[in-house]
Ligand binder design. Structure first.
Ligand SMILES: [Mg+2]
Length: 228
């Protein structure tokens, strides 16, 4: 069966050392003309638009579409600066090796892409510092849909198109680090390989119903789970 893999970014492929969260907060502050904005909730597994909406709500500001559009315009330049300066930016353990192995596997029935709440521009900025973009020719992004299941469906559709088959003929595997990745995967009939490298513990990921669960992608059996 053709296989589509969709990788989450934050906490799964990389950790940005807080750069992502800082950039989201700074973009909101910049557009509202505030000195700073600090979220009182975790961004884990949320799409960018959802985060902007909730940040605005917590400030008592109506999250109008035109306002979110202005924030999204400011965000990439701020993110670039934050990612470039992030001291604790890192690729998660085992990820680069797994991506290289997938590439070398030479499987023609395999499509490797992204499944992330980041808008595509933000996703590409975050991955560029570690030169990971070349592994992901397509994806489903936060600019495709605000709902995580819907953006994964968009990514799966692009993967199927690349493989030249119907999405219904493919087995879809989402790789993620939060309960939201698990539930969104299940919402589109995909399986979820969860890694406890991000915002959620093993117990939380297990409770969410992760189909496979590993400490990180360097754990025994983790790479095999991507293809099994
Ligand atoms: Mg994540």
């Amino acid at each position: 069966m053709p296989r589509i893999l969709l990788f989450d970014i934050d906490g799964t492929l990389i950790r940005s050392g807080g750069a992502g969260a800082r950039a989201l907060e700074r973009a909101v502050a910049a557009v509202l003309g505030l000195a700073s904005v600090q979220a009182d909730f975790s961004f884990g597994g949320m799409t960018d638009r959802m985060i902007f909406r909730r940040l605005l709500g917590s400030l008592g500001v109506e999250p109008e579409e035109s306002l979110i559009a202005r924030i999204l315009e400011r965000y990439p330049a701020i993110l670039e600066e934050e990612v470039a300066n992030a001291e604790h930016y890192a690729v998660q353990r085992g990820m680069r090796e797994s991506l290289q192995a997938l590439e070398l596997s030479g499987r023609g029935d395999l499509a490797v892409g992204l499944g992330t709440g980041n808008v595509e521009r933000g996703a590409r900025i975050k991955l560029a510092r570690a030169d990971l973009n070349r592994f992901f020719p397509f994806g489903g992004f936060g600019c495709d849909a605000e709902d995580r299941g819907e953006l994964l469906a968009a990514g799966a559709a692009r993967g199927a198109e690349r493989l030249g088959v119907a999405v219904s003929e493919c087995s879809i595997v989402v790789v993620g680090d939060t309960p939201r990745d698990v539930s969104a995967a299940h919402a589109i009939g995909a399986r979820c390989v969860a890694v406890a490298t991000g915002g959620a513990t093993r117990d939380e990921l297990e409770a969410a119903g992760a189909d496979h669960l590993f400490d990180d992608m360097a754990s025994p059996g983790a790479y095999e789970a991507l293809l099994s």
